[in-house]
Design a protein around this ligand. Structure first.
Ligand SMILES: *Cc1c(COP(=O)(O)O)cnc(C)c1O
Ligand SMILES: *[C@@H]1O[C@H](CO)[C@@H](O)[C@H](O)[C@H]1NC(C)=O
Length: 498
């Protein structure tokens, strides 16, 4: 139609124009408005939902019957969870032992498995680890002293840290623990100290290599990136690294730790592959110099752990199998293999129990005045779970709610709930907006998989006393409890601020 034709048409149908407009509105404008509103609703709902796999959240309320039994025993047969004890960390020592057994079985017999002390340094727990035949990986003078104090012999201790002081180095070399230098400057300090020592040191000395093959899913726990602060960067310093091993006979091991959580097994194996290629080059130049081959290859830890489940998997077998396939020389040479695993050994062996101190109802919106939103206040705060508070989508915490007598609460009627800690900042949240059974004052919240990197990262914010950690074993459901770490005394906290 041309313009004058349209005008003519409109003139002829002047009376029916409102009807035409109405039809146009119904057919085109209404559906558009409807779709616009709908998509807007969906996106706003998604943005308040925690990140992560929805399946994981669905499995949140699945009961762990072993733990329920342990909790009931804790309530009825021990004195630990009494009226004024509102937070306790528990270690299932049988579960831990199974992890250790699986690890030992997966690797050659002479492998030294050093548990990463930083993951759970509780005295009773480290003593138990030592009795199971583990070694210890430490990263400060106090961690080193703690390991010695808990019964680890020096030849089973590996000392890593990117910031060792000269004093720490002297102490370590005198003790005879294995020491991994982190950089080429530290190597010179170790050389000088070795020359000054009156007695020959029994230490093995290795060099930490940054294999620079990439990051995992979590930047904060990836250590093999191009610019990681850890180790000597292999791409930049390959020549210097090899030269150092040709120069110093006492430098007789290599070390790489590719990261922690978020790094796939495949990524860790790639790191080990790069490390073994380097070992072969090093051994060749050492042979030419008349030096013995390297004594140890330390592949670090960093085995990823499933926080959504409490069941053990064949993690260590799978890891060792992949290493056998892709890095066969690792297990076939003269050197001793060292591992430094923390998380995968300890995290899933632990759970915590927090008493609900107060409950608030809140959150009714303008549209839904009846919607109940519960806030449960406990002592499980950001101070004992720093990582979860600051990166809640990454470190997902699975929880169950129990009655004060240890009976699991009915999971048929769920309510939107926040479980929060005692600290004075809003980010002090254990779980946010999760659908949980109705919580009342005095109920007990079980937090799963808190066996590592929780109390170990204790924060002094608000100056609270660090809670106790207990451990248990059970034969035929007959539980035996022991204190692994006692509750911190108020005087100790006051002393900290002196
Ligand atoms: C933290 C750390 C480990 C342990 O890492 P996990 O992820 O707990 O297995 C091992 N070695 C070094 C050098 C570490 O810094
Ligand atoms: C555990 O119970 C089983 C069956 O009741 C029994 O045969 C076994 O001896 C018990 N074990 C111990 C260590 O008590």
């Amino acid at each position: 139609m041309k313009d004058d034709e349209i005008l003519h048409f409109l003139k002829a149908n002047e009376q029916s124009l409102p009807i035409l407009l109405f039809v146009f509105f119904i057919l085109f404008v209404l559906p558009l408005l409807y779709f616009y509103r709908k998509t807007k609703k969906v996106t706003s709902r998604q943005s308040t939902r925690p990140k992560g796999d929805p399946q994981k959240f669905a499995s949140d309320l699945v009961e762990s019957s072993d733990r329920t039994e342990a909790l009931q025993d804790l309530i009825t047969n021990t004195k630990y969870l009494k009226e004024d004890e509102d937070l306790i960390f528990c270690m299932d020592l049988d579960f831990f032992q199974k992890n250790v057994d699986e690890l030992k079985e997966a690797f050659p017999k002479n492998t030294l498995h050093g548990i990463a002390v930083k993951a759970n340094p509780a005295t009773g727990f480290l003593k138990y680890s030592q009795e199971l035949g583990l070694g210890a990986e430490v990263a400060s003078l106090v961690e080193l002293k703690q390991a010695i104090r808990c019964g680890f012999s020096p030849e089973k201790i590996v000392f890593d840290s990117p910031a060792k002081t000269r004093n720490e180095i002297v102490h370590a070399l005198k003790l005879g623990v294995t020491l991994n230098v982190d950089n080429l400057q530290e190597l010179e300090t170790v050389r000088d100290v070795l020359a000054e020592l009156k007695e020959k040191s029994g230490s093995l000395v290795g060099m930490r290599i940054n294999t620079q093959h990439g990051a995992g899913d979590i930047q904060a726990t990836s250590t093999a990136t191009l610019t990681s602060k850890f180790g000597v960067a292999i791409r930049r310093h390959r020549e210097e690294i090899i030269r150092s091993f040709a120069k110093y006979e006492w430098l007789n091991g290599v070390h790489a730790h590719g990261g922690s959580q978020g790094c796939s097994l495949q990524l860790l194996v790639e790191g080990a592959r790069i490390l073994m290629d380097l070992v072969q080059e090093i051994n060749q130049v050492r042979e030419e110099n008349g030096y013995p081959k390297l004594c140890f290859v330390d592949i670090g830890g960093g085995i990823p752990t499933d926080y959504s489940s409490v069941r053990p998997s064949n993690l260590f077998q799978r890891y060792a199998q992949m290493l056998r396939k892709e890095v066969p020389e690792l297990f076939q040479s003269q050197h001793r293999v060292i591992t430094e695993i923390g998380r995968a050994l300890v995290v899933n062996a632990g759970w915590s129990i927090a008493r609900v101190k107060y409950v608030k109802a809140t959150g009714a919106s303008d549209k839904n005045a009846n919607q109940r939103y519960t806030i449960a206040i406990t002592d499980y705060g950001a101070d004992c779970d720093v990582r979860n508070s600051y990166m809640p989508g990454v470190w997902h915490r699975r929880v169950n709610v129990y009655r004060p007598n240890g009976q699991l609460k009915d999971t048929r009627h769920l309510q939107l709930t926040d479980i929060v800690g005692p600290l004075c900042f809003s980010g002090d949240l254990l779980v946010k907006g999760r659908r949980l059974p109705s919580i009342t004052k005095g109920d007990l919240v079980m937090i799963h998989n808190t066996g590592g990197y929780t109390l170990a990262m204790w924060s002094r914010y608000n100056s609270r006393c660090a809670p106790m950690m207990v451990g248990y074993t059970a034969i035929n459901k007959s539980f035996k409890w022991q204190v692994l770490k006692s509750k911190e005394k108020q005087e100790r906290v006051l002393e900290f601020w002196d």
